[in-house]
Each structure stands twice: as structure tokens, then as C-alpha cells.
Design a protein around this ligand. Structure first.
Ligand SMILES: Nc1ncnc2c1ncn2[C@@H]1O[C@H](COP(=O)(O)OP(=O)(O)OP(=O)(O)O)[C@@H](O)[C@H]1O
Length: 289
């Protein structure tokens, strides 16, 4: 039997930034320590953990936006290069205000001529339900619509790796929930139709969030990280059936159990972290989180 090689292999990865607060030269701040993780093609991995535990740094290392000299990250068997083979989405929409919705999406396809961009941009607009708004400008859209444009701009590249850094954190609760469902619908489409067309194969998704519920809704596995220095505390298999845009995992009793487990771990990490605002409070007053 042929085994498909993993999409991403992270091996003994550590990372440090130079510590700008220290005055003496050569001082470094360790941010990630000995990260080991193998990601299957088509898998959705969620990085969850307290503020400052290095989730974004790890995502940026996978994106090839920064490099580390300790350990390795391989994507498709090679060192990742920014913008090649992956698309990234951020908390801020990063839309160009002077460009229309259509132009913002087309901006992700600089290698194509204007004529060649029309069909893929039309498809992406249709995917996120914004065809009617193609000629609007970002200032004329709601936050949820802006994030749908950002999603379309990522999808139009047809990446096999989608990196999402707290993509819905700035949205109101309702828009956030709608965007989660929308992202599941778009990334799980071939699971729903049963298509085995390789061009429809589910992209590998790496998703950073602070939200326990979002982690459980989106992830196949949750990588729970501990802070200072950032390290893997636990990797949790999320057993809920896919496609999840058709089967809401919140209806399953196991959702509550995993939610409680994750919250207990996060609470413990935050309360025992001397650099956290909550340090030293014990369980007083927040035991019922
Ligand atoms: N470019 C940088 N230079 C120096 N320090 C940095 C840099 N980027 C991040 N850091 C530091 O590295 C640590 C981890 O940051 P990172 O943003 O990766 O954590 P995070 O878990 O994503 O945090 P949050 O959940 O608050 O977004 C933090 O202490 C941060 O201040």
C-alpha cells in the first residue's frame, strides 16, 4: 500500500527573536521550543493557546515568512517560500481601499493577464456569495463582507495550503459564526458531494484561534500550546463527523466534554504564568469558567 507523504513536517523546531527590551547585544527571547508535528494533506489543524504562546510565529514559519535556524519546516518536502503554494488570511482584512471587490480579489493573481483573471475571480466571487457586490469598495461593505472578500482572495489562488491567523476575531459574534460555516462549506465541499476529483481535494488548513468553540468546530486536530517558551502541550483528535457545515458538532455531547477539558488546561496555563494578568489569583472567582 502506498502511503501519501505528509503535507507539512515540522521537526525539532525552535525559534527566538532578538529581545528589543534588553540593552545588551545578542540577547534573544525564545518563542518556540522543540515543536514536532506532521500534518496530513487535507487535514485541518488548529493552533490554540494563551496569548503570546507563539501561534502566529509558528504559522509564519510554515508560511515561509520567517526562517528559523533551529530545526526544520518542510511543506511538500521543501522549505516553504512565502506566497508559493499557500495563501494566508489575517484578522485584519488587508483589503486595498481604493480597489473594488473584484480588483482586490484579482490582485492575488498578478501572473495572469486581465482577461485571464476574469473567470477565476468570477468563480471566487460566486463561491463567497459576493457577485452582486463585485464593483463595491471595501468602505461600502460590512466587516463580515470584507472578510468574505479576503477569503475569496485566498481561494482564487486555489492554494493546497490555507493559513488562517485568527481570521474571524474582529467580527461580531453572528458574522463570526456565519464565516465559520462559510469556510467549512467551501473547504468541505468535495466531502459533501463525494467527489474524488483531485482538483476538488480539500486544502490543508492551518487555523489559529483563541476560541475553544471555534477550534472544536473547525479542527481535525487541535494543537494546544503552552507559553514562554511556546511549546506543544497536547494534541487532541477532534472526532466529529464531516462535513461539519451539515453536521453541527455542538449538538454532540462529546463537544461539551472536550470544551471543558480544553478550558481547564487553558485556565491552568494562564493562572500559573507569571507574565499573565491573572497570575496568582488561584481559582478564586474564576473557578466556574
Ligand atoms: N517580530 C518579532 N520580534 C520580536 N518579538 C516578537 C516578534 N513577533 C512576535 N514576538 C514575540 O513572540 C511571542 C509570541 O508571539 P506570537 O504573536 O507568535 O504569539 P501568539 O500566540 O500568536 O499571540 P496572540 O495570541 O496574542 O496573537 C510574543 O512574546 C511576541 O511579543
Amino acid at each position: 500500500m502506498l502511503l501519501t507523504p505528509p503535507h507539512i513536517v515540522i521537526d525539532a523546531l525552535s525559534h527566538a527573536f532578538s529581545d528589543k527590551k534588553k540593552t545588551h547585544e545578542g540577547s534573544v527571547m525564545p518563542v518556540l521550543q522543540n515543536i514536532n508535528l506532521s500534518v496530513r494533506r487535507g487535514e485541518t489543524i488548529v493552533f490554540l493557546g494563551p496569548s503570546g504562546c507563539g501561534k502566529t510565529t509558528l504559522l509564519r514559519l510554515i508560511a515561509g515568512l520567517i526562517k528559523s535556524d533551529q530545526g526544520s519546516v518542510l511543506v511538500n518536502g521543501a522549505a516553504p517560500q512565502a506566497g508559493i503554494g499557500s495563501a494566508m488570511m489575517f484578522q485584519s482584512f488587508r483589503l486595498l481601499p481604493w480597489k473594488s471587490v473584484r480588483e482586490n480579489i484579482a490582485f492575488a493573481l498578478p501572473h495572469l493577464s486581465a482577461a485571464e483573471r476574469v473567470a477565476p475571480v468570477d468563480k471566487a466571487l460566486h463561491q463567497v456569495g459576493l457577485t452582486r457586490f463585485a464593483n463595491y469598495y471595501p468602505a461600502q461593505l460590512s466587516g463580515g463582507m470584507c472578510q468574505r472578500v479576503a477569503l475569496a482572495r485566498a481561494l482564487v489562488m486555489e492554494p493546497d495550503l490555507l493559513l488562517m491567523d485568527e481570521p474571524f476575531a474582529s467580527l461580531d459574534a453572528q458574522s463570526r459564526e456565519l464565516m465559520q460555516a462559510e469556510t467549512l462549506r467551501l473547504t468541505e465541499k468535495q466531502l459533501a458531494t463525494g467527489s474524488d476529483d483531485v482538483h476538488q481535494a480539500k486544502a490543508t488548513l492551518i487555523f489559529v484561534t483563541h476560541s475553544v468553540d471555534e477550534a472544536l468546530i473547525m479542527g481535525d486536530r487541535i494543537v494546544l500550546m503552552a507559553p514562554r517558551p511556546g511549546r506543544i502541550h497536547e494534541i487532541i483528535d477532534v472526532p466529529f463527523e464531516r462535513p461539519r457545515f451539515m453536521n453541527d458538532p455542538r449538538d454532540v455531547p462529546e463537544f461539551t466534554r472536550l470544551r471543558q477539558h480544553l478550558w481547564a488546561s487553558l485556565r491552568e496555563m494562564v493562572l500559573s504564568d507569571p507574565q499573565s494578568d491573572f497570575y496568582g489569583r488561584g481559582n478564586e472567582g474564576i473557578a466556574s469558567w
